[in-house]
Design a binder for this molecule. Structure first.
Ligand SMILES: Nc1ncnc2c1ncn2[C@@H]1O[C@H](COP(=O)(O)OP(=O)(O)OP(=O)(O)O)[C@@H](O)[C@H]1O
Length: 560
């Protein structure tokens, strides 16, 4: 920025207003400053980019952690594609703006301030003239910048919607293929992309408009300065060298303003994308995990008292209506009932995925929220209806979240639930990759691995939510043996949800659930003698009235 200053000195030497020593000094200073500033710029770029890279990595990691902290309901309320797009695309947009645009913004802001000071020092009247014209240069592009920010937000949202379609399609590719609906999926994706394209077009117009207006006003300003400055030179209030220096500074100043104006909409776009990210970071999870209890003598005594629950954002009657149940250590409690009666919802409350609107769930007499999050989920293990495995070895899947576990330990627990048989037959054994969401092994094998994954934690409460439906007879018997006769049985409470009556009839207690209420409870024989809901359901099934629709399949007819 000192170059224009010394150019003025050279001009004064040419016009004879200064001697030759000033000319030599000017040349030396210009050379030294050029080398010095090049070095400083190199250092500045290096440090800035390294810092921004560090920032990007940390920020993305923080957003990911913030999303992970949210309650399960948050993931049901927001689409996966939308969340993923926020964590990846939006953080990229934001970091890109920060790494290039913000550095330009800061750089040209500092330049602008310095140049303005130099202009003031050279000629106050000319600077005042520029100052009066400045708001006109700034105002119009500022207004179009606002319009641009709004459009940028819409572009981000529309891109997220396109991502949702892609994610959903790829996740359900087998279904898409079996219905031969590839064209339908492509059309849906195209439709979303078209929406983004249209918005992008408007965004480009808004951007061009702000550039055009700033160009036009900059040009008008230059004509004004030359006219007014020429008059001041004639009057002798500034030298011709000073006018040249002023014009050069003003050109640099205009460039700074232009850059600031072109960068600010991009920074505003990044602000637009960051708003949702900060919403995620600032969001307080509706289910806190601030509990601290980690009792080493946990028994696994679960009590659910008069619990009612409705899913958030779901209208209609409650899914659970005043449910009470007890899981005693050393006993197996079975929960049966038709599809949609609320069994998995009850499990979700035991796992603290949701909190009940009324009533209480306690473990060893203390509310679930009082327990340390990690401890609770180590001690209360769930195998869900469709367990998901991770794209890593079966060994790592069984020892999921537990750090290093020896091969003997993993194989030992797999043996107990009959999973070792099929794992040992695989060519890579425990090193076999389960594939994304466990898609590279069969449904029954997935269930076997998931049961082993739950048992390796030696939980005090074990919940099997229809978790053996796909197992072959031999594995099923092995799991039942583990549940009913296993040595750990005395140390834990088991909640067994199943549509197979054969596997629940040995339970110490059977609860029959219908429409979110426990209708009956007792042992299998008691319930059969009572000839109530349970008996009716069994009869109906026997007569084939409702088939598997009421949730009861594979009835042990001989026993009945
Ligand atoms: N995440 C959710 N959001 C809103 N409603 C839900 C959600 N999950 C389940 N429901 C609704 O809650 C009710 C009970 O569902 P739940 O999954 O608990 O039944 P279930 O007894 O486990 O059925 P199944 O035997 O088929 O597994 C159903 O009407 C279902 O539509």
């Amino acid at each position: 920025m000192a170059i224009p200053y010394y150019t003025g000195h050279v001009t004064d030497w040419i016009t004879g207003e200064a001697d030759s020593s000033a000319f030599e000094r000017a040349l030396w200073m210009m050379s030294a400053l050029t080398v010095g500033s090049a070095l400083a710029e190199f250092l500045c770029d290096y440090l800035y980019n390294t810092t921004m890279n560090h920032f990007h990595t940390r920020f993305q990691s923080n957003v990911f952690r913030a999303v992970l902290r949210q309650e399960v309901g948050f993931f049901h309320a927001n689409k996966t594609g939308d969340i993923t797009s926020r964590v990846t695309t939006d953080t990229d947009t934001m970091s890109e703006a920060l790494s290039s645009d913000l550095s330009l913004l800061m750089w040209y802001l500092m330049r602008g301030v310095f140049l303005y000071a130099m202009m003031l020092w050279l000629s106050v009247p000319l600077t005042l003239f520029v100052t009066v014209a400045l708001p006109f240069i700034l105002l119009v592009p500022k207004l179009s910048g606002k319009f641009h920010k709004n459009l940028a937000l819409q572009v981000q949202e529309s891109l997220a919607k396109a991502n949702e379609v892609a994610t959903e399609t790829f996740q359900a590719i087998s279904t898409v293929r079996s219905f031969a609906n590839e064209d339908g999926a492509a059309r849906r994706y195209d439709q979303k992309l078209q929406e983004t394209y249209k918005l992008n077009k408007w965004e480009a117009v808004a951007y061009a408009a702000s550039m055009w207006t700033s160009d036009l006003s900059g040009l008008a300003l230059k004509v004004g300065i030359l006219y007014y400055g020429g008059r001041l030179v004639t009057l002798g209030s500034v030298s011709s060298g000073e006018l040249v220096t002023f014009v050069l500074y003003e050109m640099e100043f205009s460039t700074a303003v232009r850059v600031l104006l072109s960068v600010s909409p991009r920074v505003e776009k990044a602000v637009g994308s960051s708003e949702k990210l900060f919403e995620y970071i600032d969001r307080t999870p509706q289910i806190s995990s601030s509990g601290t209890l980690t009792p080493q003598d946990l028994q696994g005594h679960v009590l659910m008292r008069d619990v009612s629950f409705s899913y958030p954002d779901r209208e209609g009657p409650p899914v659970l209506k005043g449910v009470s149940l007890e899981l005693r250590p050393g006993t197996v409690t079975a929960l049966v009932g038709p599809s949609g009666s609320g069994k998995s919802t009850l499990v979700a409350l035991l796992e603290r995925f949701y909190e009940p609107q009324s009533g209480q769930v306690t473990l060893d007499g203390r509310e679930l929220s009082k327990y340390d999050h990690r401890f609770l989920h180590e001690k209360v293990a769930l195998v869900s209806q469709s367990p998901v495995l991770f794209a890593r070895s079966l060994h790592r899947n069984i020892a999921y979240g537990l750090g290093e576990k020896s091969q003997e330990e993993v194989a030992g627990v797999a043996r107990r639930v009959g999973a070792h048989r099929f794992i040992a037959r695989m060519s890579c054994g425990y090193d076999t990759d389960a594939g994304e969401t466990g898609g590279q092994i069969s449904g029954g094998q997935r269930q076997g691995v998931a049961i082993a994954r739950a048992l390796i934690r030696d939980p005090r409460v074990l919940i099997l939510d229809d978790a053996t439906s796909a197992l072959d007879m031999e594995s099923q018997q092995q799991v039942e043996k583990e549940i009913y006769e296993g040595e750990a049985r005395r140390r834990r409470s088991v909640l067994l949800i199943s549509h197979r009556l054969r596997s629940v009839e040995r339970a110490d207690r059977i609860l029959v659930m219908e429409d979110g209420e426990i209708q009956e409870e007792g042992t299998h024989l008691e319930l059969m003698e009572k000839k109530g809901v349970y008996w009716q359901l069994v009869q109906r099934q026997q007569n084939g009235a409702e088939g598997s629709n009421n949730g009861f399949v594979d009835v042990d007819r001989e026993h009945l």
